[in-house]
Structures are given as structure tokens and as C-alpha cells.
Design a protein around this ligand. Structure first.
Ligand code: B4P
Length: 193
């Protein structure tokens, strides 16, 4: 049973790779960014709340994000394992996730950390802005998101590193190259059955 998360700076390929890895391993991918964007599109109360933070490049408050993830992790399709993408992003989200998993007597098997330098990331996101017009992919907001990653999310990686469950994977190269590296890194960490 694989319980995993993928973490990395904005533009490192989390969403791209989460889709591929979850399909290869037969587990559901849960992207907090995608859930927020779907709510923004449908103009739900959650979407209206999240939109103002996302458009500024800020994190949606933990109080909102944690409850949303808790609900999602109770769904039946998570019973065979999951790959969380984009959560946790703060140390307090790590503590919250620990509690949610402990309720089911579960814990994470592996944290996949994708790495890439800030200039490559900014270039990718500006490229995506041209292709998709995502409202948080403009230069000023991208810089803000990168800054927040260094200020808050690197501490999340450090916390998991102290538990010895982080597999660090180079996010540079073709999308196929990165997928192959991730699959090689993840296989030894998944318990049989
Ligand atoms: P996310 O949706 O997680 O956005 P992201 O960090 O930009 O990653 P994404 O998955 O989209 O990009 P990817 O790296 O795959 O979050 C968006 C916002 O939601 C946050 O800013 C925040 O406001 C909110 N949010 C989400 N989770 C939250 C949480 N836990 N707490 C609080 N707030 C939260 O890909 C980027 C681009 O690179 C793509 O164009 C892709 O094609 C390209 N790419 C990927 N791999 C490549 C490769 N190997 N080479 C070249 N290009 C590549």
C-alpha cells in the first residue's frame, strides 16, 4: 500500500509527474491546487475564498486547506493508497496530516522531493502562462510563490528528512526522464501488499 507525497517548488513538475506516477502505481493522485482551481471555476464558497490567495501567490489558509484534505482522505478511493500533490506546504499542515493519518493507524511511506533551480522554474511557469493563461502564472506572482516555497515549504522537506523518508529526485530533463527517476526512487519504499 503506497501512501506518498510529491513536493517541490512551483513549476518543478509536481502535477505533471503526480498524474503519471499515480497511474503507474494504481493509486489516486490528490492535488490541492487542482481541487482549489475546480472550486474557483465553479464559484463555490471554497473557490471564492481560495481565489484571492491564489491570485496573489499566497497560500490558502491552513484552516481551509486542512479541512478540505481531511474530507478528501476519507473517500473510498483512497483505501488503496494515495499520492498527495501540493500538500502539505507548511509545517503546521505536516502536523495536521500526521494526525489525520494516525486516526487510521497509517503513516507516509515516502516523500518524493523534486528539485530545480528558480530560473528554470520561472521560465517554465511563464511558458505555461502563455499556453493556459493561469491567473497565478505571471512574473511577480511566480516570484512570490518561489519565495514562499523557500520560506515555508523547505522546512516541510527538512521535517520529513529527519524521519528518513525523503527521496530527492532531479526535476531537470525531459518529462519521461523525470518520471523514470521517480519510479526508480519510489519502488523500494513501497511495502508489498
Ligand atoms: P499548485 O497547483 O500546486 O501549483 P504549482 O506549485 O505551480 O505546481 P503545478 O503542479 O501546477 O506545476 P507543475 O510543477 O506540474 O498550487 C497552486 C496554488 O494553490 C498555490 O500557489 C496556493 O495558492 C494554492 N495551494 C495549493 N496547495 C496548497 C496548500 N497545501 N496550502 C495552501 N495553499 C495551497 O508544472 C509546471 C509547468 O512546468 C507546466 O507547464 C509543465 O508542463 C512544465 N514542466 C513539468 N515538467 C517539466 C520538465 N521536466 N521540463 C520542462 N517543463 C516541465
Amino acid at each position: 500500500m503506497a501512501r506518498m507525497l510529491i513536493i517541490g517548488p512551483p513549476g518543478s513538475g509536481k502535477g505533471t509527474q503526480a498524474e503519471r506516477i499515480s497511474e503507474c502505481l494504481g493509486v489516486v493522485a490528490i492535488s490541492t491546487g487542482d481541487i482549489f482551481r475546480a472550486n474557483v471555476k465553479d464559484k463555490t464558497p471554497l473557490g471564492v475564498e481560495a481565489e484571492k490567495y491564489m491570485d496573489a501567490g499566497d497560500f490558502v489558509p491552513d484552516s481551509v486547506t486542512n479541512l478540505m484534505v481531511r474530507g478528501r482522505l476519507r473517500a473510498r478511493d483512497v483505501e488503496n493508497g494515495f499520492l498527495l500533490d501540493g500538500y502539505p506546504r507548511t509545517v503546521s499542515q505536516v502536523d495536521y496530516l500526521d494526525d489525520v493519518l494516525a486516526e487510521g493507524d497509517h503513516k507516509l511511506n515516502v516523500v518524493l522531493q523534486l528539485t530545480a533551480d528558480d530560473e528554470e522554474l520561472a521560465a517554465r511557469l511563464l511558458g505555461r502562462a502563455k499556453a493556459t493563461g493561469r491567473s497565478d502564472d505571471n512574473e511577480a506572482v511566480i516570484r512570490r510563490r518561489l519565495k514562499l516555497y523557500h520560506e515555508q515549504t523547505e522546512a516541510v522537506v527538512a521535517k520529513y528528512s529527519r524521519r528518513g523518508i525523503v527521496a530527492r529526485v532531479n526535476g531537470l530533463g525531459t518529462i519521461d526522464d523525470v518520471t523514470n527517476r521517480l519510479l526508480r526512487a519510489v519502488q523500494p519504499c513501497i511495502p508489498a501488499g
